[in-house]
Structures are given as structure tokens and as C-alpha cells.
Design a protein around this ligand. Structure first.
Ligand SMILES: Cc1cc2nc3c(=O)[nH]c(=O)nc-3n(C[C@H](O)[C@H](O)[C@H](O)COP(=O)(O)OP(=O)(O)OC[C@H]3O[C@@H](n4cnc5c(N)ncnc54)[C@H](O)[C@@H]3O)c2cc1C
Length: 441
């Protein structure tokens, strides 16, 4: 095992919970497990872009994969890339876009690792057409704490392949993976933004736009009355116009310090929501835009999570199945608006029915809602607890990658297949999340 670094704390993106753990950086694929001094509890981590405790391990050792950042092979005729698990989606884009290839699935930030993308089986704006990331990972290597190394694919070690996709890092360390990229002609996106008022308009835009590859909606979750659930529906396809693809953009702004708690209050959020809604003047706007602002609008500001202050924030992300989708989302949005708490980053999207190879994958057909709320003592947790319970009553589920609050009974209702995952869990691997949601089982 490599020597433990002095860094005492590893924070997840929401900066809650704060846990005490050691970080052991890995630089070579054969570094783990080596020797006999294997810590009793370990967890592989990538970029720490999960919001809650799925990438944390109280009192344990985090195997940081940031040093496993090498490309191993690229097949230019098919777009099949093999890389180490700490390679980020940003690195892949920088390499692939100038060569006419793009990620098959991308989340709202490019600063996530391939290992993290597999372990949470991430989804993106094209879920309704493409499904989740795991569908584009033909194979990977999984290393267990007893030294076993397995190549996993749909034909080889299939049970570990399925358990690891969406398996939250509990089955072992992924050292490398293959990712099937998709071809593009241009780095530009044919963008269309359409203002909508209310869930029914959102749903009708979603059904008429379901042939468009990327769709998502920003929703105002503060306003009530006639502005309730208004928003901007954003959709786009890769442009077919052939043009240079090698302009690289890196973030140029950074939040330099933690904002004081009073900055984000209901009034400032209301103003933000109003301005955001009005930033698009016309009801319907179309233009050709670069893929970076389309996919990663927040990545242009480094450390934007500091605006929520030192206490951090929670993200709520649920998916509600179609059976209760419309009314369920309305009820959830009403509960949020009534709570007096506010969010300026609320996103609504329809999820498709393409099945994932992953055993524990979050997406399911229906409507997903994601929003961030700053932690305020005495109010934020009760709201999240209520929203989690509503999600359960509506037959939906919460996304572990975004969670810091769901209870054991809720988790086990959302993911009844958790017992199967526990059969494939490596005995040395666990996480604060896993301990929280299975500790009382
Ligand atoms: C701004 C923002 C927008 C986001 N948008 C989306 C979105 O649209 N869709 C979506 O699905 N997610 C989204 N996310 C969440 C993010 O994509 C996931 O949490 C992702 O898993 C983070 O990757 P990471 O490299 O930071 O992994 P970490 O957060 O460090 O770890 C995540 C999980 O992966 C495991 N893991 C990491 N590396 C390995 C490895 N090598 N071997 C085994 N297990 C490993 C960890 O144990 C942990 O369980 C967003 C996050 C942010 C901050």
C-alpha cells in the first residue's frame, strides 16, 4: 500500500457530511492491494463530485484515483477508448473532440472520473434516448482486496460487471475501463430554448422533443400562483456543419472563499430566479452554441460550491415513475415552495426506458427533479426528510450520488436489489453512505 498522505479531509461536492478519513493516493494500477498492511476499511474515490457521502468513509481510507490518469489505447476507426479509471471526462473531451468523437453520456460537470461515472452509472441530458453511462462501458478491470484482478464485461465475470455499474464503489477498485465514444462533426450544438408555464407545458414539450438528443429544463421552484413551475426548456443536437473542433476552454473564474450564510436567502434566490427566467427575452430562441456552455454551464466557475458557505448544501434528486409522475412532481414542487427554502439550481428532465446493465442504477422511466438547497439548521433536513418520504410514497427513488439524508428503510425500498449488491461487495470496501443505509438492516 502507498503511504497515507497528510491530507486529513476529503470533501464531497455538497461539503456535507464532514468526515474524518485518510486519503491514500494511487499512481499505478498494480499498487492496490500490495503488502500486508491493507487498512480494514477502504473506498476508491475519483473527483469527489458526488454531493453526499457515497464517496466518503468515516474513519477509513480513501483510495484516490486521481493519479490513475493515463490513456491506454484509442481506436480511431471505432471510437473505442481504453483509459485508467482516474481519467476525467474533461480529459476525454479534450482528446476526443478535436478527433471528431464525443462522450456517449455526460453529466452536468465534466470534472468527474471514469471510475466515478461507472460506479454511479451516471446519466445525462440524453437519457431518454441513450440511457446511462454503463451502457457504453464494454469492459473494465476490477481489483479486489484479496488481490484478485478480474476483467468484467457482458460476457466475462458478468455478475461483477453488473454489480459494479452503479455499485457505488463497493465491489472493489476499477483500475481501467473501455468507453465507447460517439462520432460528431462539429463541437457546436444546435440549441433551442423555449419558455414554459407549468408542468403540463413542460410535459408536452418533452413529448414533442423526444427525438432531440439532449433535453433538460430549468425550473423556477420559488414562485407561486400563475408563475408556479415556470421554466425554460432547453434542447439541442450536435450540429452537422463540419468545422474546426480544437478550441479548448478552461474555467476562468473561481469562487475564492466561502460565502457567508446570509447571502443565499429567499429574496436573493427569488431575484436570481426572476433574472434567469428573463435572461431569454423571447419565448422561443434558437442558436448555434459551443458544447461547453450547453453541457457544463457551471464548470466555468471553479469551486462554485463555496457560495453555499461552510455548512454546505444538500441536493435532492428523485425520479418519479410515469404512473404518478405529473401529480407527484407538482406535489413535491408545492412542498418545496411552501417550505420557505429556495434553490436556484432546479432541473427537470424526462428519463427514458433504455435499461442499464447496472444492478443498482438510479434512472427509471419517469420524471426526474434535481435541486440544491443550502443547509440551514432546523429547516433543511426536515424538508429533505419529507421529500424523501414523498418520493417513497410515489413509488420513485432517490439518487445515492446526490444524497446525504435517506434512511435505511427508504434506501431498501428504493433499491430492493441491495441484498444482491451486498453479495458482490468486497469485504474491505464500504462507504459512509453504505453504513448509513444498511447499518440498521
Ligand atoms: C455540478 C454537478 C453536476 C452533476 N450532474 C450530474 C448529472 O447530470 N447526472 C449524474 O448522473 N450525475 C451528476 N453529478 C454527479 C456526478 O456525476 C457523480 O457523483 C459522479 O459519480 C462523480 O464522479 P467522481 O469522479 O467525482 O466520483 P466520486 O464522487 O469521487 O465517487 C463516486 C462513487 O464512485 C466510486 N468510485 C470512484 N472511482 C472509483 C474507482 N476507480 N473504482 C471503484 N469505484 C470508484 C466511489 O467509491 C463513489 O461511490 C453531478 C455532479 C456535479 C458536481
Amino acid at each position: 500500500m502507498p503511504a497515507k498522505s497528510k491530507q486529513p479531509v476529503f470533501e464531497s461536492w455538497g461539503r456535507y457530511p464532514k468526515v474524518d478519513c485518510h486519503v491514500a493516493p494511487l499512481f499505478w494500477r498494480d499498487e492496490f492491494p500490495r503488502g500486508t498492511r491493507l487498512p480494514p476499511a477502504v473506498l476508491a474515490v475519483g473527483m469527489g463530485r458526488s454531493y453526499g457521502d457515497v464517496c466518503l468513509l468515516e474513519g477509513g481510507t480513501l483510495l484516490s484515483t486521481r493519479g490513475l490518469d493515463r490513456f491506454l489505447h484509442f481506436e480511431p476507426s471505432t471510437g473505442l477508448l481504453r483509459c485508467e479509471s482516474g481519467v476525467t471526462l474533461a480529459q476525454i473531451l479534450q482528446f476526443a473532440v478535436p478527433r471528431g468523437w464525443f462522450l456517449p453520456v455526460s453529466p452536468g460537470t465534466k470534472y468527474v472520473s471514469v471510475g466515478g461515472a461507472i460506479a454511479n452509472d451516471i446519466h445525462g441530458k440524453n437519457h431518454h434516448i441513450a440511457g446511462s453511462f454503463g451502457s457504453y462501458v464494454p469492459s473494465f478491470e476490477l481489483v479486489r482486496s484479496d488481490g484478485a484482478r478480474m476483467v468484467c464485461s457482458a460476457r466475462q465475470n458478468t455478475d461483477f460487471y453488473c454489480a459494479t455499474i452503479g455499485g457505488m464503489g463497493l465491489t472493489g477498485l476499477i483500475t481501467w475501463a473501455e468507453v465507447q465514444l460517439r462520432p460528431i462533426a462539429s463541437r457546436k450544438i444546435r440549441y433551442e430554448g423555449i419558455k414554459f408555464s407549468g408542468i403540463d407545458e413542460f410535459l408536452s414539450l418533452s413529448s414533442s422533443g423526444n427525438h432531440v438528443e439532449y433535453t433538460v429544463a430549468w425550473i423556477d421552484c420559488i414562485s407561486r400562483g400563475r408563475n408556479f413551475a415556470r421554466g425554460i426548456y432547453m434542447q439541442g443536437d450536435h450540429s452537422e456543419i463540419i468545422e474546426p473542433k480544437n478550441i479548448s476552454r478552461e474555467p476562468h473564474l473561481a469562487v475564492p472563499f466561502d460565502f457567508p450564510g446570509w447571502v443565499l436567502n429567499r429574496t436573493s434566490m427569488r431575484i436570481f430566479n426572476e433574472l434567469y427566467y428573463r435572461k431569454q427575452l423571447r419565448h422561443h430562441a434558437t442558436r448555434l452554441i459551443d458544447y461547453e456552455p450547453f453541457f457544463y454551464p457551471l464548470d466555468s466557475i471553479l469551486h462554485w460550491n463555496r457560495i453555499y458557505g461552510k455548512r454546505g448544501f444538500l441536493q435532492f434528486q428523485c425520479v418519479i415513475p410515469w404512473r404518478y409522475g405529473r401529480d407527484g412532481i407538482v406535489a413535491i414542487l408545492e412542498t418545496i415552495a411552501d417550505s420557505g427554502l429556495a434553490s436556484f439550481l432546479a432541473v427537470l428532465k424526462v428519463m427514458g426506458d433504455r435499461p442499464s446493465p447496472g444492478l443498482m442504477s438510479f434512472p427509471q422511466p419517469g420524471i426526474t427533479l434535481a435541486l440544491d438547497i443550502a443547509i440551514q439548521p432546523g429547516v433543511t433536513f426536515p424538508l429533505f426528510d419529507r421529500l424523501a418520504e414523498m418520493t417513497r410514497e410515489l413509488g420513485g427513488r432517490l439518487y445515492p450520488a446526490k444524497d446525504a439524508r435517506m434512511t435505511g428503510p427508504q434506501f431498501r425500498a428504493f433499491y430492493p436489489q441491495w441484498r444482491q449488491l451486498s453479495e458482490y461487495r468486497d469485504p474491505a470496501f464500504t462507504s459512509s453512505f453504505w453504513e448509513r443505509v444498511t447499518g440498521d438492516a
